[in-house]
Design a protein around this ligand. Sequence first.
Ligand code: C2O
Ligand code: CU
Length: 457
Amino acid sequence: MMLSRRRFLQTSTALLLLPKAAQAVGTDLVAQEAMQQIAPDGYPATHVWTYGGGVPGVEIRLPQGKRVNRTLVNNLPQPTAVHWHGIRIDNVMDGVPGLTQDAVGPGQSFEYDFAVPDAGTYWYHSHNRSVEQVARGLYGPLIVEEASPPDVGQDLTLMLDDWRLDPETAHIVDDFDNGHDLSHAGRLGNLVSVNGRFDPAHPVRSGERLRLRLINASNARVFDVALDGLTGWIVALDGMPLAEPLIVSDSFPLAPAQRADLFVDVTSASGEVASLVSVERDGGFGLVRFPISAGSATMGKQGIEPLPANSMPDVQIDAAPLHRMVMLGGAMRWLENARLGDTELTGRELAQLGRFWALNGYAERPEDPFLDARLGQTHRIEFVNETAFPHAMHLHGHHFRLVLPDGSLGPWRDTVLVERGQARQIVLVADNPGDWLLHCHMLGHAASGMMSWFRVT
Ligand code: C2O
Ligand code: CU
């Protein structure tokens, strides 16, 4: 992955000739290499892949109901494609090579043009060789504004990532296909960044209400998020408003690809430093610091009102057929066998091909869909995790509702964390026609077997 010196000089020149502002006003989304200071000061800069020259990529922000129109220009050395995660999108714009479009080769371009029906916090990322391309930085925020945005002092988008950097050179370690990672928890890093920086600070005022839009862009790390010096409520998950805001009393999980919108009141005094914290077994570490200065008061003048709901389908769960998706494989529960196409292979043979996981007996996206739904039908899916690892299961083109253990309907989501040994049910109204992926968003797991799809006709 090292650039030759000549290539590097060319890249730098290109960056100088093409200032960031010029790109932001245009409608191109340029996938390009760049250098960025990810590691703390004193370490070298890191060679990253970006949308528009920085990680995260340019923030695409627009009012609900409007259209995103961006031409992906691929200046990278690999084919790529952009997936608009969580958007209930037109199938042809979903950005999945081999299913909805061809990958866009180096030097080529592809025009994305689609409406955004739902307000909320979304993101976009590469969907070609994601295990490498997302790890190199190919992701950015996609923010859809409510018709009348809530009254907050600051609206901050915070994209969390987990990098594996060489501690000497700060280069991204390029062992993306490492069988140990693929067969265990996935690619876990050694440096966590927020908005492409290690340990950033955002000044706030005592008494201020913030909206924090958390997006987990990491390949595999499940963050356990907590607040320090702040009082917060979760107001939306995966872009979709909660009917009742949930107070953050402890920590909450944010799996790869998941989002959480928080309203946060700065309740500590000026002079103190509040923070967003990642809780770990041995204590935890700060993700973002919020140095507090004196007075403003957006908080307290109103209670916590739910965000306005998006217009979602009515869910009639009672007659909905149930489909089980059994998740098998990985370290400690190695596959005995599974299929690649028509061929049944042993776990050992599959491991040699870099396949460690299976969904309903297939160690790759099968030829036939897992579910073939009529437009408008409601289906239940039960994810049965018989592996020794958690998985973040994501459906394209739809949000679904969790079915809670007592049978009632939980929040709308597009990615559900299924803990090891757990079974979780979701209910889906198949109201968006097309061929849609269904996969684990631990990107190494997706690349090594946890990939399926469903069809809506
Ligand atoms: Cu966020 Cu199939 O992806
Ligand atoms: Cu997984």
